[in-house]
Write a protein that binds this ligand. Structure first.
Ligand SMILES: C[S@@+](CC[C@H](N)C(=O)[O-])C[C@H]1O[C@@H](n2cnc3c(N)ncnc32)[C@H](O)[C@@H]1O
Length: 218
């Protein structure tokens, strides 16, 4: 596991208890986009066998639990998984610890993939590695959904850029006062198109004011 992966996992483990506050922001546009994402996911994952990577506290897992046929939700952080499990989301969900870059040991056959708010945390140099690994677990014709943040200055900490480094970072402070520099990349619709179009079909990209979301088939 690379040290960047380690740092991210440690940050989220420490943030686990306060993580879902981000979904409660009192902003009608953001709330509307979250609702639109949930509605789209419910359509896409109807009767599907879903592999979710970087599921966190299971916030999005819960949104599709009654429409999916089967759901295996994975994350590297045991702290995040403990919260997800404590929600006692009923069948058909299984939670497993797994690194998004190493999904080989995750049991199951899947015709759908979900990875919300994970894409922005990958170093750009590892995008192809992740997509290859994720897609390997999915059958031909599988559908995939991802959502993530649009860059809004002043929201979610200060943006840090470094000369000669293509990734960007956010400075974040947790409620215990600890400070963290977290890898966080932002993408335009054109960049998403360039990344996903060559390896997928039926690509749909929606870029809202706060969030973007995409779906595609393999
Ligand atoms: C922004 S959170 C997203 C959580 C959830 N998908 C959501 O949208 O609410 C990013 C998640 O990635 C997880 N994570 C960090 N590194 C990971 C890795 N290498 N493999 C799998 N999950 C990882 C963190 O533990 C955290 O739960």
């Amino acid at each position: 596991m690379s040290s960047a992966t380690n740092t991210l996992e440690r940050y989220y483990s420490r943030r686990a208890q306060e993580y879902e506050q981000i979904y409660l922001r009192d902003d009608p546009i953001r709330q509307g986009e979250q609702t639109a994402i949930a509605a789209e996911m419910r359509k896409i994952f109807q009767n599907r066998r879903v592999l979710e990577t970087a599921c966190g506290t299971g916030f999005w897992t819960e949104k599709i639990v009654d429409v999916a046929e089967h759901l295996v939700a994975t994350d590297l952080s045991q702290e995040m998984l403990a919260i997800a499990r404590s929600k006692k989301i009923l069948n058909p969900v299984e939670f497993h610890q797994a690194d998004a870059y190493q999904l080989g040991s995750v049991p199951g056959i899947f015709d759908a993939g979900l990875a919300n708010f994970w894409f922005s945390h990958m170093p750009k140099v590892r995008i192809a590695e992740f997509l290859d690994e994720f897609h390997k677990k999915l059958s031909k014709g599988a559908v995939v959904f991802m959502a993530d943040n649009v860059y809004i200055p002043g929201i979610g900490g200060e943006l840090v850029t470094r000369p000669g480094i293509e990734d960007t970072f956010k400075l974040r402070e947790l409620s215990d006062g600890s400070k963290h520099e977290v890898l966080k990349n932002y993408y335009s619709a054109d960049q998403l198109q360039n990344i996903f179009a060559p390896r997928t079909r039926d690509l749909k990209i929606h870029v809202g004011q706060c969030l973007w979301w995409i779906s595609y088939a393999l």
